[in-house]
Design a protein. Structure first.
Length: 80
Protein backbone atom coordinates (compact mmCIF):
# COMPACT_ATOMS: atom_id res chain seq x y z
CA UNK A 1 0.00 0.00 0.00
CA UNK A 2 1.47 3.33 -1.04
CA UNK A 3 0.80 6.69 0.54
CA UNK A 4 1.12 9.93 -1.32
CA UNK A 5 1.89 13.33 0.14
CA UNK A 6 -1.25 14.76 -1.48
CA UNK A 7 -4.48 14.85 0.52
CA UNK A 8 -7.36 12.74 -0.74
CA UNK A 9 -9.35 14.58 -3.38
CA UNK A 10 -12.95 13.87 -4.29
CA UNK A 11 -13.38 11.77 -7.42
CA UNK A 12 -16.16 13.95 -8.78
CA UNK A 13 -17.83 17.27 -8.05
CA UNK A 14 -20.73 15.65 -6.17
CA UNK A 15 -18.38 14.81 -3.27
CA UNK A 16 -17.09 18.36 -2.77
CA UNK A 17 -17.75 20.13 0.51
CA UNK A 18 -19.08 23.32 -1.06
CA UNK A 19 -19.74 24.73 -4.50
CA UNK A 20 -17.13 26.63 -6.46
CA UNK A 21 -17.80 30.13 -7.73
CA UNK A 22 -18.05 28.81 -11.29
CA UNK A 23 -20.60 26.17 -10.24
CA UNK A 24 -22.68 28.84 -8.48
CA UNK A 25 -22.65 31.14 -11.51
CA UNK A 26 -23.47 28.23 -13.82
CA UNK A 27 -26.38 27.11 -11.65
CA UNK A 28 -27.73 30.63 -11.22
CA UNK A 29 -27.50 31.30 -14.97
CA UNK A 30 -29.20 27.99 -15.82
CA UNK A 31 -31.96 28.72 -13.32
CA UNK A 32 -32.30 32.26 -14.67
CA UNK A 33 -33.05 31.01 -18.19
CA UNK A 34 -35.09 28.04 -16.93
CA UNK A 35 -32.94 25.05 -17.85
CA UNK A 36 -31.64 23.99 -14.42
CA UNK A 37 -31.56 20.19 -14.01
CA UNK A 38 -33.12 18.48 -11.00
CA UNK A 39 -29.76 16.98 -9.97
CA UNK A 40 -28.00 20.36 -9.99
CA UNK A 41 -30.87 22.02 -8.13
CA UNK A 42 -30.70 19.35 -5.42
CA UNK A 43 -26.90 19.72 -5.25
CA UNK A 44 -27.28 23.49 -4.88
CA UNK A 45 -29.75 23.17 -2.01
CA UNK A 46 -27.61 20.54 -0.28
CA UNK A 47 -24.19 22.18 -0.62
CA UNK A 48 -24.76 25.85 -1.43
CA UNK A 49 -25.46 28.79 0.83
CA UNK A 50 -28.45 31.02 0.17
CA UNK A 51 -26.43 34.20 0.75
CA UNK A 52 -23.92 33.19 -1.94
CA UNK A 53 -26.67 32.48 -4.46
CA UNK A 54 -28.35 35.81 -3.64
CA UNK A 55 -25.10 37.68 -4.34
CA UNK A 56 -24.52 35.73 -7.58
CA UNK A 57 -28.13 36.40 -8.62
CA UNK A 58 -27.77 40.14 -8.01
CA UNK A 59 -24.52 40.21 -10.02
CA UNK A 60 -26.10 38.29 -12.93
CA UNK A 61 -29.20 40.49 -12.88
CA UNK A 62 -27.10 43.67 -12.86
CA UNK A 63 -25.05 42.30 -15.77
CA UNK A 64 -28.23 41.50 -17.70
CA UNK A 65 -29.67 44.97 -17.09
CA UNK A 66 -26.42 46.64 -18.16
CA UNK A 67 -26.23 44.47 -21.29
CA UNK A 68 -29.81 45.36 -22.24
CA UNK A 69 -29.12 49.05 -21.64
CA UNK A 70 -26.07 48.77 -23.89
CA UNK A 71 -28.06 47.08 -26.65
CA UNK A 72 -30.81 49.70 -26.46
CA UNK A 73 -28.24 52.51 -26.54
CA UNK A 74 -26.51 50.95 -29.54
CA UNK A 75 -29.78 50.48 -31.44
CA UNK A 76 -30.94 54.01 -30.69
CA UNK A 77 -27.61 55.47 -31.84
CA UNK A 78 -27.85 53.50 -35.11
CA UNK A 79 -31.45 54.59 -35.75
CA UNK A 80 -31.07 58.26 -34.86
Amino acid sequence: MTHSAEPDRPEDSSQQESLTLLQMFGSAFAAMIGVQSKEKRERDFAKGKASHFIIVGVVLTAGFVLAMAGVVTLVLSLIG
